[in-house]
Design a protein around this ligand. Structure first.
Ligand code: SF4
Ligand code: SF4
Length: 185
């Protein structure tokens, strides 16, 4: 399997949420009433961390999509067999036709990235823009990022590219199929 991956650059991400908005538009996550009643659904979220103290403050931001885990806990938790990890690409997907809305996957996901549509009684989440990727394009988030903070490709190739450029791959954050990195100091 050639695991497909996103590589997120903490040195470039400015937390602007352009990728979040574009992802919502592309996947039609715009209906507050049916997508996640009372909440705006998302397939990726922005997190940030502030380091140091004034006047030497540093703010790092990054985005968190589904991590397309190696041994995905959501796959194991789903009793209806709706979630699978694609053998060719490593993308983890939820089959909307099979999902019975038990919500077991939401509890099992350690990254809190699965959304629930109460109106349709279905779980849904990032599928790395499966249709776009199979049409030879990048996922929407990687296409629209204003600062080019998101790269897309095969994980091993991305890793080699980052190493060749002398980037620091953040091992703890990159424990699954998404890579996080920053400029080396
Ligand atoms: S991050 Fe959550 S939803 Fe994505 S594969 Fe891992 S357990 Fe499943
Ligand atoms: S669009 Fe790029 S810079 Fe803005 S939040 Fe997303 S990853 Fe970060």
């Amino acid at each position: 399997m050639n695991q497909l991956s996103l590589a997120i650059d903490l040195s470039r991400c400015i937390g602007c949420k352009t990728c979040v908005a574009a992802c919502r538009n592309y996947h039609g996550l715009t209906d507050h009433a049916s997508d996640m009643p009372g909440k705006m659904p998302y397939y990726l979220r922005v997190e940030s961390r502030r380091e140091g103290s004034f006047p030497n403050l540093k703010l790092e931001s990054w985005v968190v999509p589904c991590q397309h885990c190696n041994n995905a806990p959501c796959v194991k938790a789903c009793k209806s067999g709706s979630i699978s990890k694609d053998e060719q690409t490593g993308i983890v997907r939820i089959d909307q036709g099979k999902c019975q809305g038990s919500g077991d996957c939401l509890k099992a996901c350690p990254y809190g990235v699965i959304q629930f549509d109460a109106a349709r009684n279905k779980a849904h989440k990032c599928d790395m823009c499966w249709d776009l990727v199979h049409g030879g394009q990048k996922p929407v988030c990687a296409q629209v990022c204003l600062t080019d903070a998101i790269r897309f490709g095969e994980k091993q190739l991305l890793r080699m590219e980052l190493k060749a450029e002398g980037k620091e791959i953040l091992k703890r954050m990159s424990a699954q199929s998404v890579l996080y990195y920053r400029d080396s100091v």
